[in-house]
Design a protein around this ligand. Structure first.
Ligand SMILES: [Zn+2]
Length: 233
């Protein structure tokens, strides 16, 4: 056991003990109820970055968010072949019948930085290949961003990436079908962890605005009444 307890893992093991002795007891009925199934409010696609805690950010409990994380919050298009991301979204939309998908990028994203500075990825060929799923972001930043500072370019890349991934989501048949039936909304968010602010892309205004001011997520037809998450934003 002592060999097992070293470095960062020690904190994790202590944390599990603390969770079991304290938090679990206060939420016992919730965990007990969850054995019967899940009915999450939304799919939440975000970066693996440790500075993001989706449940903390959205103040949600176990059972309420169907979370998909990877470097750069990317969703390969359907044409790229089977992927873990495609499978996760298909399951969420088809089997769990989730009506909202949030793609949440974040400030200071290392993956987006790598996308803009490919020379930094020399020793990370897998990351470089993976980031091909965001290649359209580079084109968008180059078109919109001459004269911008590196920090502004990164901010723009983070925003554009959420929109590129929304387009990739739409190529998946389960998503396309649910959207055509008017039962799926796609949301592009950017979380600024250093300030706690969240911006959302308003599909009507065609720009990012503070989340509380956004009124139109990405969905069709546009005039369907909004559900829980739609009315929230
Ligand atoms: Zn990131």
């Amino acid at each position: 056991m002592s060999n097992f307890l070293h470095g960062g893992a020690t904190r994790l093991i202590e944390g599990v003990g603390k969770f079991r002795r304290g938090v679990f007891g206060t939420k016992k009925s919730l965990f007990h109820r969850l054995k019967d199934g899940q009915s999450p409010l939304a799919v939440f696609i975000t970066c693996s970055d440790s500075r993001i805690n989706p449940n903390l950010l959205t103040q949600t409990e176990p059972g309420e968010l169907f979370i998909l994380r990877n470097a750069g919050n990317l969703v390969p298009p359907h044409s790229a072949g089977p992927s873990g991301e495609g499978a996760t979204v298909e399951y969420a939309v088809t089997n769990l019948k989730i009506h909202d998908v949030v793609v949440c990028g974040h400030s200071h994203c290392g993956a987006m930085q790598g996308l803009l500075s490919p020379e930094a990825l020399e020793k990370m060929p897998t990351v470089r290949e993976w980031l091909r799923n965001a290649a359209a972001v580079v084109t968008a930043v180059e078109a919109k961003g001459p004269g911008l500072t590196p920090a502004q370019k990164l901010e723009l890349a983070v925003q554009q990436n959420t929109l590129v991934q929304i387009e990739h989501l739409k190529t998946h048949p389960a998503v396309a079908e649910a959207m055509a039936a008017g039962r799926l909304r796609l949301h592009a968010w950017v979380y600024h962890f250093e300030t706690g602010e969240v911006d959302a892309h308003d599909a009507g205004l065609q720009r990012f605005v503070p989340l509380a001011e956004a009124t139109r997520p990405h969905w069709t037809p546009a005039d369907k009444p909004a559900g829980p998450l739609g009315s929230m934003i």
